[in-house]
Ligand binder design. Structure first.
Ligand code: PLP
Length: 413
């Protein structure tokens, strides 16, 4: 059965041109870029090429503002750590309630360690109140960390406007652009952002490689201390193939920006229109949103059950829920938006990419009403809570019998 992949905020397919660029560095070009001999040292030139490609994607003024990491999570940790280490006297951090766990988890940890945290809320459409942000800043604020685009809803925050406020107080500004990079224009030269996080596998690069943009002049302390790689900013022998693949993917994403965004948005909007006919609601601001993301909720249904049934047709999507240790927690993002519990449970995220087609959208649009109808027959509205639970249990048992891990279906990205 063909896979119909609508889970691109979780991860993306590797672009063929990125795969091709990586191959020599997985086989014959295995030298260490830090070596003196030319077999190794010529590889460092390839890393610099990739650095330039990633710098171009985010409009950095120089490639040296890019440091490669192992993933977006590491880049988020490195950014926050770097700022806090260089401002040890400041004990206050401002972030939002809807960040990805890469930032959220670290900030919760820092709160336990004694930092004072301001968790900015969002409105019903997932947007921030900039006055609340302004009022939260103080002389003790070490850092503001805010994402560009939300991984669950695609809602886009006005990073430049936020940055103006933050920088007017002389506070370092970190931005998680993992979901935004390659999907919308980013221009660090003109933006008030000091540190920006990227991840290769979200824009058709390989997994296991990320990058951190650090504006020239920003004080920086390395998060991974060890060797002198990455100009002393990140110890550890470089993931050469990953870096080369990320660079190539960045180049392709930049070349397709605008054109691909428009095409993907047309597909997303078609899908949205037909899903709305099945009685769902859209979560998140309808305009201030990534072109590829559609988060919908079906009242009184379980998003997880919808995914299981979609999976039977080969359709990959995800719930808006974070999955911890095998149990699903209601989405912290939808909760922060004040989405009623009966709708939160029924949330499903479809996230598209340039590789999706109109035929795939039509296929999903055709199957969703069947899935919804089947589950409504089991739902509390239909035959009562007991039967609904039994129905879901039956679905899970079928799934387990197929020997598949339920967790693997609950990617959040
Ligand atoms: N930040 C956001 C907004 C994300 O969506 C993700 C991944 O889903 C990350 C950070 C973490 O990136 P990585 O998977 O490369 O660690």
């Amino acid at each position: 059965m063909a896979v119909i992949y609508f889970d691109n905020n979780a991860t993306t397919r590797l672009a063929p041109e990125a795969y091709e660029a990586m191959q020599p560095y997985l086989t014959e070009q295995y030298g260490n870029p830090s070596s003196i001999h030319s077999f190794g040292s010529r590889i460092s030139r390839k890393i610099e090429e990739a650095r330039g490609q990633v710098a171009a994607l985010v409009g950095a003024s120089s490639p040296i503002e890019i440091t490669f990491t192992s993933c977006g999570t590491e880049a988020d940790n490195a950014a926050i750590w770097a700022v806090l280490e260089s401002r040890p006297d400041k004990r206050h951090i401002v972030t939002t309630q809807v960040e990805h766990p890469a930032v959220l988890g670290l900030c919760q940890h820092l709160e336990k360690k004694g930092y004072r945290l301001t968790w900015l809320g969002v409105d019903r459409e997932g947007l921030l109140d900039l006055d609340e942000l302004r009022d939260s800043l103080s002389d003790d604020t070490a850092l503001v960390s805010v994402m560009v685009a939300n991984n669950e809803t695609g809602v886009i925050f006005p990073i430049d406007a936020i940055g103006e406020i933050v920088k007017s107080r002389g506070i370092p500004f970190h931005v998680d652009a993992v979901q935004a990079a390659g999907k919308m224009p980013l221009n660090m030269t003109k933006s008030p952002v000091d540190l920006l996080t990227l991840s290769g596998h979200k824009f058709h690069g390989p997994k296991g490689v990320g990058a951190l943009y650090v504006r020239k002049g920003i004080a920086f302390r390395p998060f991974i201390v060890g060797g002198h790689q990455e100009r002393n900013r990140r110890g550890g022998t470089e993931n050469v193939a990953g870096i080369v693949g990320m660079g190539k993917a960045a180049e392709s994403a930049l070349a397709g920006l605008g054109r691909e965004e428009k095409r993907v948005q047309e597909l997303r909007d078609r899908l949205e229109k037909s899903l709305l006919e099945s009685g769902c609601r859209v979560n998140g601001h309808r305009e201030k949103r990534l072109a590829n993301t559609l988060n919908v909720s079906f009242e009184f249904l379980e998003g997880e059950a919808i995914l299981v049934l979609l999976d039977e047709y080969g359709i990959c999507a995800s719930t808006g829920s974070a999955c911890t240790a095998g149990s699903t927690e209601p989405s912290h993002v939808l909760r922060a938006m004040g989405v009623p519990p009966a709708w939160i449970q029924g949330a499903v995220r479809f996230s598209l990419s340039r590789y999706n087609t109109l035929e795939e959208v039509q296929f999903v649009a055709e199957k969703i009403p069947l899935v919804v109808e089947r589950l409504r027959g089991l739902s509390a509205l239909g035959k009562g809570e007991k039967e609904r639970v039994q129905g879901l249990k039956g679905l899970r048992e079928t799934e387990n019998a197929r020997g598949e891990s339920r967790n693997s279906k609950l990617s959040v990205g």
